[in-house]
Ligand binder design. Structure first.
Ligand code: SF4
Length: 243
């Protein structure tokens, strides 16, 4: 591929499907705004972002300019921007957008499924991300079954290695989805990630899902999540439950 064509693609604006001007929960310890991008290469059956994953061509994107204008106006009030999705690393325009956000003085958190390690490496190398939250969907041998898409599991594990070796703050996050992920799965994931800095057990939130079979599923109780935590916390310096 020609260099010029590649650079042209990187200049494409980042499509932004939703923009939340204030979030207290998307960037640990910080007040942030959140930009949500459309499109995902996974098909997790419990995913409630059906419009972003299946119908994203119909979403009228918010202009980058609007988001950047807002961030400019609230400099000094917010600490950061969280970029989630969908899967942000699928988009060619992500790097250039994040350069602009960093130029405004913001810290950037990226939520990712880890399937694009080359792009993650580039973002880390260019110092446009300050915190990465990487979703670990399942133990290695159950990845395809859980994400229900063709996925290069080695690529996800390359992203894990990049974060563990790199300079960027990070967490690995597993969603405790009843019927899909149980205590044994979480322990297996923990064993694979042993020694990583921070592990988060995330509560599953039911809603209209990619697969209707998950719509009536009751989340695990908080007591059950505490039991899971007791099992996995010996593997990490920091471990928390996020509800
Ligand atoms: S839950 Fe799965 S399908 Fe939904 S956005 Fe995240 S990675 Fe994509």
């Amino acid at each position: 591929m020609g260099r010029r064509r590649r650079h042209g693609r990187e200049r494409q604006p980042l499509p932004i499907a939703r923009y939340q001007r204030l979030s207290l929960r998307d960037y640990p310890g910080r007040l942030c705004a959140k930009a949500v991008v459309p499109g995902c290469n996974f098909r997790c059956p419990y995913c409630t972002k059906t419009d972003l994953v299946l119908d994203h061509q119909r979403i009228e994107p918010i202009l980058e300019r609007e988001v950047l204008d807002h961030l400019y106006r609230v400099r000094g009030y917010l600490d950061g921007l969280c970029v989630g999705g969908g899967e942000p690393t699928l988009h060619n325009g992500l790097l250039l957008f994040l350069y602009k956000v960093k130029a405004l003085g913001y810290r950037v958190k990226l939520d990712t499924n880890g399937s694009r390690p080359k792009r993650l490496r580039k973002l880390m190398g260019e110092k446009v991300v300050d915190y990465v939250s990487l979703d670990i969907k399942a133990p290695l041998d159950r990845y395809h079954e859980v994400v229900r898409a063709k996925v290069d599991v080695d690529a996800v594990w390359e992203s894990v290695r990049l974060l563990r070796r790199g300079h960027v703050d990070y967490e690995f996050r597993a969603t405790a989805v009843p019927r899909l992920i149980d205590s044994r799965d979480l322990e297996e994931i923990a064993q694979t990630l042993v020694g990583s800095k921070r592990f988060v057990i995330q509560q599953y939130r039911p809603g209209k899902s990619l697969c209707t079979e998950f719509e009536g599923v009751e989340p695990y109780s908080e007591a059950k999540l505490e039991e899971f935590k007791v099992k996995v916390e010996p593997y990490f310096p920091e471990c928390e439950i996020r509800v």
